[in-house]
Design a protein. Structure first.
Length: 364
């Protein structure tokens, strides 16, 4: 029934361009009937039923023929736009009028050129993605070897050297993850797996991954998040939280002093990372706050733009400008809210909103 109604509406819409001519036809028929009535009133009364029947049949037949013609034109044109090959172009040329044929041929040429360019761009993007993934996996091989050496021969390596090697391994692993996620975000293929995941476990895994960097900067970490289920992609959330933690490490206070005296800052200048959760009726909000150098007010509108690092003359800023950009893209893909607050010299706070798909209950 709905399909029939849609077809009728389409036919009426197709007829709209012919309405003036149909009304003209109806007017001519009415004028002829009027002239007959003026000249022969008695004959008009006899022929009136036939005149009305003929008018209805003529008007209906003309409307049906024109409606079917326009419907065929619309379907042929839509098929041509979906796949502008030569066969569909010829099908459309047989239906359109002669003045329109040259325009259809020109449109077909342009569409085929654009389609070819899109196919080539898609193929290039797939090749790039495959290359990045292959490169990243090849790079992981020496990293795995380095990890094995550090695990098996740690007693034979001087502590300062082992610490630096662990630091280098952690930073390389972070950059490789950024590259892989960037390639994934830019590709048309998404391999997200949505499930109910324990948010606290995800955060703890991230903190474990960044434990060396946090220890090297002598961070005081406060995790005040209960075990709660959120419906999301576990790997994506871990990457998102990891980028925020990495950002906190990069922009903690007194970076130069920390690099010279790792693990020796306490009190007022000690870096802090506080993670809390606020549960609401429709969403759960995760807050990740640090007491780092913060962001200038003029830079806040641009922090999620690709490559933006703020004031490049600031010696404390040593970043690529990709972390928060990738975080925002990942949040959009996972349908999560992501907002930032900061004030220069007073730290930086990120707010991640997890919408509740169903009634999510806490558990122990």
């Amino acid at each position: 029934m709905e399909k029939t109604i849609r077809n009728i509406k389409r036919r009426v819409f197709c007829l709209s361009r012919y309405l003036p001519w149909l009304f003209l036809l109806l007017g001519v028929d009415a004028m002829a009937a009027l002239l007959l009535w003026i000249s022969e009133a008695e004959a008009f009364e006899v022929l009136l039923p036939m005149i009305l029947l003929g008018t209805v049949l003529l008007f209906t037949g003309t409307a049906v023929v024109l409606g079917n013609r326009e419907l065929r034109r619309e379907e042929a044109f839509q098929a041509f736009l979906d796949d502008p090959d030569l066969i569909k172009e010829e099908d459309l040329l047989r239906i359109v009028s002669k003045p329109e044929r040259e325009s259809v041929r020109l449109l077909g040429t342009v569409l085929r050129e654009k389609d070819l360019a899109c196919r080539r761009a898609k193929a290039d993007a797939e090749d790039y993605e495959e290359y990045v993934e292959a490169w990243a996996h090849e790079t992981k091989t020496p990293l795995s070897l380095l990890t094995m050496v550090l695990d098996n021969q740690r007693e034979e390596i001087p502590a300062p050297v082992a610490f630096k090697l662990e630091y280098i391994r952690s930073r390389l692993q972070e950059h490789i993850s950024q590259i892989l996620y960037y390639a994934r975000l830019k590709s048309g293929r998404k391999d997200y797996f949505f499930e109910y995941a324990d948010l606290k476990e995800c955060i703890e895994e991230v903190l474990e991954d960044y434990d060396l960097l946090l220890t090297e900067k002598n961070f005081q970490v406060s995790l005040q998040v209960p075990s709660i289920l959120v419906f999301t992609d576990r790997r994506g959330v871990r990457f998102l939280i990891g980028q925020i933690v990495s950002n906190a490490v990069k922009y903690c206070r007194d970076l130069s002093e920390a690099s010279e005296n790792p693990g020796k800052r306490t009190g007022k200048n000690q870096p802090e990372l506080k993670i809390t959760l606020e549960s609401g009726e429709t969403k759960d909000i995760l807050y990740i706050r640090d007491n780092g150098i913060g962001v200038k007010g003029c830079d806040m509108p641009y922090i999620f733009e690709k490559g933006f690092t703020g004031d490049s003359t600031d010696p404390e800023k040593k970043a690529t400008g990709m972390g928060l950009y990738l975080s925002k893209k990942m949040a959009n893909d996972l349908n999560l809210g992501l907002e930032a607050w900061s004030e220069r010299g007073k730290g930086f706070e990120m707010k991640i909103s997890f919408p509740r798909v169903e009634s999510v209950s806490s558990f122990n």
